[in-house]
Write a protein of this length. Structure first.
Length: 148
């Protein structure tokens, strides 16, 4: 079932790049940019992460905490963060549990090939844990502008 603006954001507990359990409910009282992306160190995903990194201060001034989610491992996330100096946490959703809660693991088509994968999507969650916006057509190099 697709989530819509105004819905309560599904809570989850997942491991970040350090192997620490984090819960979305830990962020109540803060605004959250929860962004789902396909894979660490690929061109589009790197452009998106670096855009969020370069504008992290502006996002924080607007009250946002940034959390990235992909199916990559904790070790892959550690390398991605180190290589690109990312100042935010990344969730290692290797079992796709968070993806399934947010309906971002779906059938995709590319050059006639059909496969399951991450649909790049960003959820903006307000201080009360409600979805205030969903960005489905993410512009990787201009993502902060779409958020703010």
């Amino acid at each position: 079932m697709a989530l819509t603006i105004g819905d309560k954001a599904p809570d989850f507990t997942a491991k970040n790049e350090k192997g620490e359990s984090i819960k979305l409910s830990d962020y109540l009282g803060k605004k959250v940019v929860l962004y789902f992306y396909p894979k660490d160190n690929t061109p589009g995903c790197t452009a998106q992460a670096c855009n969020l990194r370069d504008n992290h201060e502006a996002l924080q001034k607007s009250g946002y905490e940034v959390i990235g989610v992909s199916t990559d491992s904790e070790a892959a996330h550690q390398k991605f963060i180190a290589k690109h100096d990312l100042p935010f946490t990344l969730i290692a959703d290797t079992d796709k549990a968070v993806h399934n809660l947010y309906n971002t693991w779906r059938e995709k088509k590319n050059y006639g090939r059909v496969y399951m994968g991450t649909v790049r999507t960003t959820f903006l969650i307000d201080e009360d844990g409600k979805i205030e916006n969903i960005i489905e057509k993410v512009k990787t190099k201009e993502h902060t502008n779409q958020i703010l």
